[in-house]
Design a protein around this ligand. Structure first.
Ligand SMILES: [Zn+2]
Length: 83
């Protein structure tokens, strides 16, 4: 197996990492309802993509509401051990 002959310096490592950058996501406004949407994604508010209805937004909203109902309240969990 090939191995590196010499250790790279901290400077060399850090110079390489100057190219590692976070980029801001591209956000556009929905053509139907005007809500902020990630580029090339279906609108979460109305279910439109490229001026067509592709998903039923009411189903998504219903699912989201149901998930919020099912979320467990952390403070309500009883951590005491029964003896
Ligand atoms: Zn929309």
């Amino acid at each position: 197996m090939p191995n590196p002959k010499r250790r790279h310096s901290n400077t060399r490592r850090d110079k390489r990492r100057t190219h590692y950058k976070a980029t801001a996501p591209t956000v556009v406004n929905c053509s139907n309802c005007g809500a902020s949407v990630l580029w090339h994604r279906v609108c979460g508010a109305c279910g439109f993509y490229r001026k067509r209805q592709v998903t039923d937004a009411s189903i998504r909203l219903e699912r989201k509401r149901r998930n919020q109902d099912n979320e467990v309240d952390v403070n309500s969990i009883d951590n005491t051990v029964d003896e």
